[in-house]
Design a binder for this molecule. Sequence first.
Ligand SMILES: NC(=O)c1ccc[n+]([C@@H]2O[C@H](COP(=O)([O-])OP(=O)(O)OC[C@H]3O[C@@H](n4cnc5c(N)ncnc54)[C@H](O)[C@@H]3O)[C@@H](O)[C@H]2O)c1
Length: 445
Amino acid sequence: MTHNPYPPDGKLAVLLPGMGAVATTFIAGVLLARRGLATPVGSFTQMGSIRVGDRTERIGAFVPLTPLHQLEFAGWDVFPDTAYEAAVHAEVLSDKHLKLVRDELEGIRPMKGAFYPEWVRRLSGTHIKKAPSKARMVEELREDIRRALREKQCDRGVAIWCGSTEVHHSPSAVHQSITAFEAGLARSAPEISNSQLYAWACLLEGVPFVNGSPNLAVDFPAVQELALSRGVPIAGKDFKTGQTLIKTILAPGLRARQLGVRGWYSTNLLGNRDGEVLDDPGSFKAKENSKLGVLDSIFEPAENPELYGQMVHKVRIDYYPPRGDAKEGWDNIDIFGWLGYPMSIKIDFLCRDSILAAPLVLDLVLLADLAQRSGAAGIQEWLSFYFKAPMTQPGQSAVHNLLLQMRLLKNELRRIQGVAPVATPSAPTLEEFEEEFEPIAAPAA
Ligand SMILES: NC(=O)c1ccc[n+]([C@@H]2O[C@H](COP(=O)([O-])OP(=O)(O)OC[C@H]3O[C@@H](n4cnc5c(N)ncnc54)[C@H](O)[C@@H]3O)[C@@H](O)[C@H]2O)c1
């Protein structure tokens, strides 16, 4: 049951399991932006606007979001580096920026991580908790959350997983209900992953949990049952940044013009720690699944067999250390037009992974907190805009088209504020939107 959000009074703790490249780029950026030393480019909540009736308002003026100066940061990592040391190691931000916020970053020390190494085989963490069972590990994480909130004088928090991608797995019997999961925690079931321990602890503490990786952290029935029963929002999964962002901008345009696609080959070169972790086939499998899903949902090959029925979609990731965080996303797209004549498009996106991800972290923190203050619980589908593999209500299929996702997001903000959705072609009402774009309401085949 949702209601008008209560005001964002007091401080909000941002809890970050995983304080690597993305997390530290996000923290440093917020510290700089709130001192007026940099612009939070790429953040919808800070830079975006919304049409309301016959006027346009900035997002921050329209919905009551927590101001940047009220954010406090805490987190966990399996390495003891401070946020400053981790940011230096990540080599994303230059010294020009880091030196301005060095003191504040040095004051952010990760708590010890909950880490069973079989889930991230390329990492050998040293800063880890020891607990006799996974149930006890959850209790330790809960104590961490309570202590962090107390020390930072925050009365509420939001957690956002910026930790590594775990080995691919599917939900098993232990993931099906709260009772089964709790029994699994007590016997340290091997099917329960690290990110699931954090998610479980956060929900038990009433802290919304957002998942920036392809992990199953909050993507299984038991955790969704817990989120609903505790009245806590969850969202995921896998930040939509570089190549997938471009894909979900371009593909809807090709579809709108009824241009056919024979093949879409994508490869990524990246040399950061994330790339090193993804070099393990188990972790790559999780990432590949989340990257592969997007095109079918946009092209709907079953409904458009002449245009997309034969399409081959391949995704590769190569760990190439010299690149560091400066990723190269390369796409070769074989399309065809009038009478079937072939053409091709080449995209070479020389991007920066964490620079693209950091504004999404900020938006998701503020919007998950808004959802919590509005009384929302469970999966927040309207946050699909931010994810490669958006989580949906059971039985529904995800929307991947970036512009449709933007409409869904804005219409939810209007709904939260009790304002009628704008009924123009550029911003249809949610009902029109649902009628026009059936996949949002139709059960998956
Ligand atoms: N554009 C992007 O950068 C992007 C896009 C989509 C998704 N992601 C995902 O975001 C996550 C973070 O990416 P990154 O580039 O910052 O990676 P990173 O390797 O720099 O940081 C991840 C951190 O998580 C820590 N970690 C791993 N397991 C942990 C545990 N159990 N407890 C606490 N800490 C743990 C690692 O030690 C590391 O410091 C990855 O899962 C990545 O796939 C990133």
